[in-house]
Write a new protein. Sequence first.
Length: 189
Amino acid sequence: MKLESGDLVMPGDLLGIIEQYEPGEGTFDDNGQIKSSILGNVTLDSKTRKVSVAPLTGTPVLLERGDVVYGQITDVRSQRALIDVQIKKDEDRQLALPYLGAIHVSQVKNDYLDRLTDAFRIGDIVGGKVSRIAGENIDLNTEDDECGVVKAMCTRCRDYLEPTGRKDELICPTCGKKEKRKISTNYLY
Protein backbone atom coordinates (compact mmCIF):
# COMPACT_ATOMS: atom_id res chain seq x y z
CA MET A 1 0.00 0.00 0.00
CA LYS A 2 1.37 3.39 -1.01
CA LEU A 3 1.07 6.09 1.64
CA GLU A 4 -0.04 9.57 0.56
CA SER A 5 -0.32 12.92 2.32
CA GLY A 6 -3.63 13.20 4.16
CA ASP A 7 -3.96 9.44 4.84
CA LEU A 8 -5.22 8.54 8.30
CA VAL A 9 -2.73 6.51 10.37
CA MET A 10 -2.85 4.83 13.76
CA PRO A 11 -0.07 4.72 16.39
CA GLY A 12 2.52 2.15 15.30
CA ASP A 13 1.64 2.30 11.57
CA LEU A 14 4.65 2.11 9.24
CA LEU A 15 5.17 5.39 7.37
CA GLY A 16 8.45 4.68 5.63
CA ILE A 17 12.08 3.87 6.24
CA ILE A 18 14.93 6.10 7.35
CA GLU A 19 16.49 5.96 3.86
CA GLN A 20 13.29 7.54 2.40
CA TYR A 21 12.37 10.15 4.98
CA GLU A 22 13.48 11.94 8.10
CA PRO A 23 11.11 11.45 11.07
CA GLY A 24 9.11 14.57 11.97
CA GLU A 25 6.42 15.55 14.49
CA GLY A 26 4.16 12.69 15.57
CA THR A 27 6.59 9.98 14.40
CA PHE A 28 9.45 7.92 15.79
CA ASP A 29 12.35 5.85 14.46
CA ASP A 30 12.00 2.14 15.26
CA ASN A 31 15.28 0.54 14.13
CA GLY A 32 15.23 2.31 10.78
CA GLN A 33 11.47 2.16 10.30
CA ILE A 34 9.55 5.41 10.73
CA LYS A 35 6.26 4.82 12.54
CA SER A 36 3.39 6.98 13.71
CA SER A 37 3.27 7.76 17.44
CA ILE A 38 -0.25 9.23 17.32
CA LEU A 39 -3.61 8.97 15.55
CA GLY A 40 -3.65 11.53 12.75
CA ASN A 41 -3.08 12.52 9.14
CA VAL A 42 0.24 11.97 7.35
CA THR A 43 2.18 14.80 5.72
CA LEU A 44 4.89 13.80 3.25
CA ASP A 45 7.21 16.71 2.39
CA SER A 46 9.07 15.82 -0.83
CA LYS A 47 11.37 18.87 -0.63
CA THR A 48 12.74 18.24 2.88
CA ARG A 49 12.16 14.46 2.68
CA LYS A 50 10.38 14.60 6.04
CA VAL A 51 7.33 12.63 7.15
CA SER A 52 5.11 13.86 9.98
CA VAL A 53 1.70 13.15 11.46
CA ALA A 54 -0.73 15.91 12.43
CA PRO A 55 -2.85 14.84 15.42
CA LEU A 56 -6.50 14.15 14.65
CA THR A 57 -7.76 15.06 18.14
CA GLY A 58 -5.38 17.83 19.16
CA THR A 59 -1.97 17.52 20.72
CA PRO A 60 -1.62 14.45 22.94
CA VAL A 61 -1.12 15.06 26.65
CA LEU A 62 2.49 14.28 27.52
CA LEU A 63 4.23 14.72 30.86
CA GLU A 64 7.10 17.00 31.78
CA ARG A 65 9.07 17.46 35.00
CA GLY A 66 7.12 19.57 37.48
CA ASP A 67 3.66 18.53 36.20
CA VAL A 68 1.13 17.50 38.86
CA VAL A 69 -0.60 14.19 38.09
CA TYR A 70 -3.26 12.07 39.78
CA GLY A 71 -3.60 8.32 40.04
CA GLN A 72 -4.49 5.39 42.25
CA ILE A 73 -2.09 3.57 44.59
CA THR A 74 -1.74 -0.03 43.38
CA ASP A 75 0.93 -1.28 45.79
CA VAL A 76 2.71 -0.07 48.92
CA ARG A 77 6.10 -1.60 49.64
CA SER A 78 8.61 -0.76 52.36
CA GLN A 79 10.41 1.93 50.33
CA ARG A 80 8.05 2.73 47.41
CA ALA A 81 4.37 3.26 46.69
CA LEU A 82 3.33 2.41 43.11
CA ILE A 83 0.69 4.48 41.32
CA ASP A 84 -1.33 3.91 38.16
CA VAL A 85 -1.17 7.48 36.83
CA GLN A 86 -4.42 8.53 35.13
CA ILE A 87 -4.59 12.27 34.52
CA LYS A 88 -2.55 15.46 34.50
CA LYS A 89 -3.82 18.41 36.53
CA ASP A 90 -5.88 20.93 34.51
CA GLU A 91 -6.34 18.58 31.52
CA ASP A 92 -9.70 17.27 30.37
CA ARG A 93 -8.20 14.32 28.50
CA GLN A 94 -6.36 11.20 29.55
CA LEU A 95 -2.61 10.95 29.09
CA ALA A 96 -1.24 9.89 25.70
CA LEU A 97 0.72 7.03 27.29
CA PRO A 98 -0.02 4.90 30.36
CA TYR A 99 2.45 5.83 33.10
CA LEU A 100 3.48 3.85 36.16
CA GLY A 101 4.45 6.21 38.96
CA ALA A 102 6.47 5.57 42.08
CA ILE A 103 6.89 7.60 45.25
CA HIS A 104 9.99 6.79 47.29
CA VAL A 105 9.63 7.04 51.08
CA SER A 106 12.13 9.96 51.09
CA GLN A 107 9.92 11.94 48.66
CA VAL A 108 6.65 11.76 50.63
CA LYS A 109 7.04 14.72 53.00
CA ASN A 110 9.68 16.96 54.54
CA ASP A 111 9.46 15.22 57.92
CA TYR A 112 10.71 11.75 58.83
CA LEU A 113 8.30 8.99 57.85
CA ASP A 114 8.63 5.73 59.79
CA ARG A 115 6.38 3.59 57.57
CA LEU A 116 5.08 4.28 54.07
CA THR A 117 1.68 2.87 55.11
CA ASP A 118 1.35 5.92 57.41
CA ALA A 119 1.12 8.02 54.22
CA PHE A 120 -0.55 5.83 51.59
CA ARG A 121 -2.72 2.72 51.31
CA ILE A 122 -3.75 0.63 48.30
CA GLY A 123 -6.72 2.26 46.57
CA ASP A 124 -5.94 5.84 47.68
CA ILE A 125 -6.20 8.53 45.03
CA VAL A 126 -3.08 10.70 45.16
CA GLY A 127 -1.65 13.75 43.48
CA GLY A 128 2.07 14.09 42.99
CA LYS A 129 4.61 16.27 41.22
CA VAL A 130 6.66 14.59 38.46
CA SER A 131 10.34 14.62 39.44
CA ARG A 132 11.75 12.19 36.85
CA ILE A 133 10.50 10.59 33.62
CA ALA A 134 12.05 7.39 32.26
CA GLY A 135 9.90 6.14 29.38
CA GLU A 136 6.60 4.92 30.83
CA ASN A 137 7.89 5.10 34.42
CA ILE A 138 7.85 8.29 36.46
CA ASP A 139 9.01 9.27 39.92
CA LEU A 140 6.69 11.47 41.95
CA ASN A 141 7.17 13.78 44.89
CA THR A 142 4.39 14.64 47.38
CA GLU A 143 6.30 17.04 49.67
CA ASP A 144 4.21 20.08 48.60
CA ASP A 145 1.02 20.78 50.57
CA GLU A 146 -1.26 20.36 47.51
CA CYS A 147 0.24 16.92 46.81
CA GLY A 148 -0.68 13.73 48.65
CA VAL A 149 -3.89 11.79 49.21
CA VAL A 150 -6.95 13.51 47.70
CA LYS A 151 -9.42 10.67 48.42
CA ALA A 152 -9.15 7.62 50.68
CA MET A 153 -11.32 4.78 51.95
CA CYS A 154 -11.45 3.18 55.37
CA THR A 155 -9.43 -0.04 55.50
CA ARG A 156 -12.09 -1.60 57.73
CA CYS A 157 -15.49 -0.75 56.18
CA ARG A 158 -14.50 0.91 52.84
CA ASP A 159 -16.46 4.13 53.44
CA TYR A 160 -14.76 7.37 52.40
CA LEU A 161 -12.60 8.95 55.08
CA GLU A 162 -12.95 12.55 56.25
CA PRO A 163 -10.33 14.88 57.77
CA THR A 164 -10.29 15.14 61.56
CA GLY A 165 -8.70 18.57 61.57
CA ARG A 166 -5.39 17.12 62.79
CA LYS A 167 -2.42 16.97 60.44
CA ASP A 168 -2.15 13.65 58.56
CA GLU A 169 -5.22 12.05 60.21
CA LEU A 170 -8.52 10.93 58.68
CA ILE A 171 -11.58 9.36 60.29
CA CYS A 172 -14.28 7.04 58.99
CA PRO A 173 -17.77 8.53 59.54
CA THR A 174 -19.29 5.01 59.59
CA CYS A 175 -17.08 2.95 61.92
CA GLY A 176 -15.03 5.72 63.60
CA LYS A 177 -11.63 4.25 62.70
CA LYS A 178 -8.82 6.83 62.52
CA GLU A 179 -6.09 6.38 59.90
CA LYS A 180 -2.89 8.23 59.02
CA ARG A 181 -2.28 9.59 55.51
CA LYS A 182 -0.16 12.27 53.81
CA ILE A 183 -3.21 14.48 53.17
CA SER A 184 -3.37 16.99 50.31
CA THR A 185 -4.83 20.45 50.85
CA ASN A 186 -7.11 19.46 47.92
CA TYR A 187 -8.62 16.50 49.83
CA LEU A 188 -12.15 15.76 48.56
CA TYR A 189 -14.89 14.99 51.11
